[in-house]
Structures are given as structure tokens and as C-alpha cells.
Design a protein around this ligand. Sequence first.
Ligand code: FES
Length: 146
Amino acid sequence: MKRKEFLKTCGFGLVGLPFAASLLQSCGGIHYAAANENNGVITIAKSQFIINPQKPEKLREFVMVQSSRYKFPLCIYRTDSENYVTSLMRCTHRGCELNVGGGIYSCPCHGSEFTNDGTVMTGPADENLQTFTTNTDAEHITIYLS
Ligand code: FES
């Protein structure tokens, strides 16, 4: 490889590195919460939303849980400081598993999009996501599957 080509390649790599790092930092990864499931009721600790115990004020937007009742995961979305909406990650169009990020759910199959409370924003899906009653107390979030 010639010196000019080498510098060009390394230059693009160095320019792209900070962007990739900020992207990874902003998404923070998908966190599957430790959950208890008993007779159709799932309970998780609110502390599952804390990203770093050293900085407990910084919270995840959402966490995922897996239920024995569904093939698809459930997403518990923190819509504000005290409210959470739990949605099944199954597209209501033809049943593909949804992606979550950027404040919405999006379907990789045909492009439907849903708000973080499960409401259809963009078709072809024309039904909202299946959501579940979700209550909280000081320390826990409780999801009722039926
Ligand atoms: S299955 Fe999701 S848009 Fe078609």
C-alpha cells in the first residue's frame, strides 16, 4: 500500500471512530431485566433502569423482559419519570419482531412504526401493539399479562 492510500484509509478510520463511539454510547445496548414471573404477573425492580449504579440518576429509556407466555420479548418503556408502557415486540401487520430505539418501535419487514406507547405511526400495520397493564410502586414495576 502506498503512503497516500495508507493515510487516506487511516484518516477515514479516525474520522469514523468518534462517531461510532458516540453512537454506541447513545444506544447503550439492549438490557434484559431480571424478572419474576408468577401466574401471568411479571415483576421487575425499577433499579433495572439504572445504567450505572455510580450514577443512579441516569436511566435507560426501556428494558426488555422475556415471558414464558410469548415467543417475542416484552419491552417496558419509561414514557416519563413515573409511567411505563409494556408492549409485545410483535408487529401487528404480519408478526415480525420489532426493533426499538430512538423513541419508537420499527418493523424491519415492511417498515411499520409505532410510538413508545404502542400506537401505530406508519403503516402498513393498522393496529396498535399489544400492551399490558403496568403498575408501579416505589421500587417495583408489575406487568399483568392478561
Ligand atoms: S410485519 Fe411489520 S410491517 Fe409488515
